[in-house]
Design a protein around this ligand. Sequence first.
Ligand SMILES: [Fe+2]
Length: 286
Amino acid sequence: MAHARIGVHPIAGAIGAEITGIDLSRPMDDETFAEVRRAFNQHLVIFFRDQVITPEQHKAFGRRFGDLDVDRFVLPGMPEHPEIIVVKKTEGERYAFGNVWHADVTFYEKPVLGSMLYALEVPPHGGDTLFANMYLAYETLSEGLKRSLADLRAVHSAIGAYDSSAIKDRFGPERSIQIRRDREDEARREMSHPVVRTHPETGRKSLFVDRAYTKRLDGMTAEESRPLLEYLWTHQEKPEFTCRFRWQKGSLAFWDNRCAHHYANNDYHGFVRLMHRVTVCGDTPR
Ligand SMILES: [Fe+2]
């Protein structure tokens, strides 16, 4: 079905489309929003360019998709807008948030539906974000492996990824994004989700394990799980399943966390990159 009110321009074969004809600082009628939502379901991540929006307008657009999440683990949020995480890397920092293939907070019982990232300051080059289509990752497996995965569950946890001492060892002490130390025990909790997830809106199946948060297959040891998980992780990251988005000031990306992975490329040391992130609450994976 064609889009009457917006322009939809895929940026790669597998995933991602730029939306034109929208000014996010202005109210959006329901018919236009329905087209945006359809493009989102079809392309998994949608991009808008040259937007000038306030935190209120950012949150208002997020709320069209559902309730907003207040992140329990990451500091700092904006004091007057706790739903907004400030994603920042300074000139002197080596660490970059999200610099591993992942879906967001899969260690939640209800991982977020999606995340909406808005660029306020970008480096002159570098700092791109890559996205990968997990429907395709699933659909390109053999029928035999699909059958083997059908009843498997995997254990997710933020341990390692959110471990402040491990990050400090690797990147040094300077870090704009801090993990709340008082929540580290909570981050170590384990959550079991199906390895193959069915999208509640599209009905399509996707591969729901990732390199950042999936620790082992449920009912197996980490050692036993590793070869299969390693295969799936490597398979998921094939360039054919991905797109790469080059940010400009005023770009906004919204990805479907239920069926897409993302990776923040950490190749811009010496420059500032500043983003605001709003996340939309999700449901229990089935
Ligand atoms: Fe992320």
